[in-house]
Design a protein around this ligand. Sequence first.
Ligand SMILES: [Zn+2]
Ligand SMILES: [Zn+2]
Length: 764
Amino acid sequence: MDVGSFVEVVLPLAVPSLLYKLPQGIRAEVGKRVLVPLRGKARIGVILEVLSSLPPDLDPGRLKEVMEVEEGPPLLGPKEVSLMRWAAHHYLSPLGLVLKCALPPTATARAQPRLRATEEAERPLREGRIGGVEREVLEALKGRSLTLKALLRRFPLEVLEGLQREGLLRSEERPPWRRRGEPWVALVHLPSLEGFTPKERDLLTFLKEVEEAPLRELKRRRRGVKGTVERLVQRGVLRVFHRDLPFSFAFTEVAPSPRPHRLTPEQETALSSIRRGLEGKGGAYLLHGVTGSGKTEVYLRAAEAALAAGKGALVLVPEISLTPQLFTRFRRRLGEEVALLHSAMTRQERYEQWRRIAAGEMRVVIGARSALFAPLRDLGLIVVDEEHDPSYKQSDGLRYNARDMALVRGRLEGATVVLGSATPSVETYYNASKGRISLLQLRRRVDDRPLPTVEVVDLKGQRGVLSGPLREALRETVSRGEQALLFLNRRGFAPVMTCRDCGEPLRCKYCSVTLTYHASSRSLLCHYCGFSLPVPQICPRCGGKRVSSFGFGTERVAEEVRRLLPRAQVARMDSDTVTTRRDYEALLRALAEGEIDVLVGTQMIVKGHDVPQITLVGVICADVALNLPDFRAPERTFQLLSQAAGRAGRGDREGRVIVQTLLPGHYAVLKASRHDFEGFFGQEIALRRELLYPPFCRLIQVRFTGADLRQVKARAHEVARAFEGGDFQVLGPAPAPLFLLRGRWRWQLLLKGRSYTPMREALR
Ligand SMILES: [Zn+2]
Ligand SMILES: [Zn+2]
């Protein structure tokens, strides 16, 4: 522990860090939480640094004092604090915003204001000098504090304020480290049920059966139970106590996946490289393995090796593929020390898990993006599964990429970082090809089963949503009693104009990204540079006259399948039909149990786990991904098609994939249909070099938001002008792809340059 007189504290607000004085004799430690005053309110922050002296120009007399320092182990270690500072610098963000995504929200949440009776209240109460409502208030607060909210349900505000003015009540803060888990209710003794109201009797009868129950359960059983409980506590019939939340993640029964006796030679080679990293100074690896090549087994063994060396392991996965199956597999293999962190858990559960990681009880963490800062001591291994997945990017608050941050964390801690993917991102693969990351390859599937055959069908000239070949394949598949998945990508869907003759979407002549159609002005707009033009009648590429918008949803696809196969069981999986994790799991189960013949869905369905009976995968329209107004559109298309193809034929029967598109000759479609990642990468990297897109340049997006469109626009233009003449290009300003979100206008500038430094300096 450091003994110092001052602390630098970061609060979960969009402000820089602040300095506070430490009271005499209080010990502080980096990463511990503190209660500090800010603008007349108590706030919870985290200590970034303990200082023994102040910079000479600062007057210590002007600093406020820390009110309380957390007991118990800090929720962030010095390494995580360094990572926070790095993120604030790199992403040009206030430290407070970084803190907000580093810790679970409960950790720094302000408690509800509470009131407690002071010692001064004791005598007048004893001597009977206080009566009426005032007396009732003080009686209710005997030996405990209550939230203001609870008190206001029974007493008027004026009375409480009056008592506070007289010094008989004081407000009290209860920071999260002094909160006591979940309230439970238990029976003290049960007299006969006479003399109780029907409501009270109902509660008592229930508690007589179960003896004790969480208050939350009682509330679920019957509304307004809290008042009843409080009355019965005062009469001494019930008592309330607090209990730590049990870990309530539902374990699902999975087919036991015993530790395979032998790894494939490729797995063996990959693992021994990773082990060398673990034993040495760490390092970064790209584990490029085709679907079904056994990447998860490599992760498991690497985590085992880290644990055996006394080190911790962090496994990041995209939110949606964080299935109970994956977690159960890790738990079965590595035991009770495996923690879980993801957004479908309650805030309290996440906080509890975090506390146990900080206390060193959990040595392996599996989690989504938000687990990046998990306070594992002696971190030896970081795995980023599906490293190419766009969900590693956060676009609210601190805009960061968890994959990039994982590499930084690995460097800071000397840990080994393994980025895994069947379809690595272009940037990562480029880094591997330049030797900045070690490349590990798994080219064969574990059981040597061939990858499925992929047919590409030209949608031009086809009528309806389902092409002839896809209809035929669906009929055959269902009649054989096998299952089919039909996949319609909607992620980032943007209305575009496409030529039905040559299949090409209309593109910006400056940026080569797709133009977005705006119906209100009947115009096409480039969201990169702001270039716009009225919708042309004639395709500028082939002279065709059939330029039109193109798009439909899963509902329409499901309808057509039902018309084609009236007796088949057809289900949909998209954000309309699946709103909770439970819906998602129920559909997957129905699929696994063969209750569904054809499942139509969005990108949700191409993740998830193996269903051996699926022998046909149809990609309804590859163009949705190809037409994204983003320079990464071909990359996303390749990834989606490969992932979709990976769903077919994972059992004994061979799989078949049909990809429908208006652009059957596009290299992303062709290379994906041949499972040729290197071929795709070769063409894509050449194009990026030619058009100057990452990794050959650095891009920074600057966003302007506000309620007043004129002001937002003016500000964007003003900043754009200020950047002129810099050592980088300025694209825009232009409206953002979602240019009106929750009542706020969004405009953006794109800075494009050889290195980040001049752009970052200009932005400061
Ligand atoms: Zn055309
Ligand atoms: Zn443009």
